[in-house]
Design a protein around this ligand. Sequence first.
Ligand SMILES: [Fe+2]
Length: 199
Amino acid sequence: MEANYLLNRQKFGSESNLGNWMSLDESMALLIDWVKNEKLLFHMKQVGHLMKAWAKSKGFDNAAQHMWHLAGLLHDADWDQWPDQHCRKIIEELESRNTDPRIIRAIACHGPRYFGVEPVTEMEMMLYAFDELSGFVHAYSLMRPMGYEGMEISGVKKRLKDKTFAAQVSREDISDGSQRAEISVDDLIRFVIVNQLRA
Ligand SMILES: [Fe+2]
């Protein structure tokens, strides 16, 4: 199954499109067109929000924050309608729109085990690190009476150890993402809690 997603290439987009970004409105229009699943849409908004917040926390300028935002916002755009073409379909779409190659490459390596592309840049590594973890923390918030309020890192970690909770979330990818980014799972969880996106 995993082999189906291999992209079998390492180059994405064109250098001549550096700095060529869709507006937020254009990105949302694409998502509304492609994604009917509300949960998936929320997931992408959450990851986009976290990516932007991370770029901001690093002191990156507004343009860079926007680029990080788009990478998160669009990374699973094809999952709803074309799951067997994930993430080839969104990559081809962004290439046809002459999107900045950094955004396309970040999307291409948000699951190195599946797509066969290694995250290298900070943006690539953070997208990978936030993807599964943010979904997991969100699932945990939904089972808590107060949602994110009062959520503790230890509570999230306890659920991570419970393999029956949100079983579809890959613990392997969470720890691999944290190791590659060289940011502890605790710090990542803290960031996700503090920078939650309210549903
Ligand atoms: Fe995702």
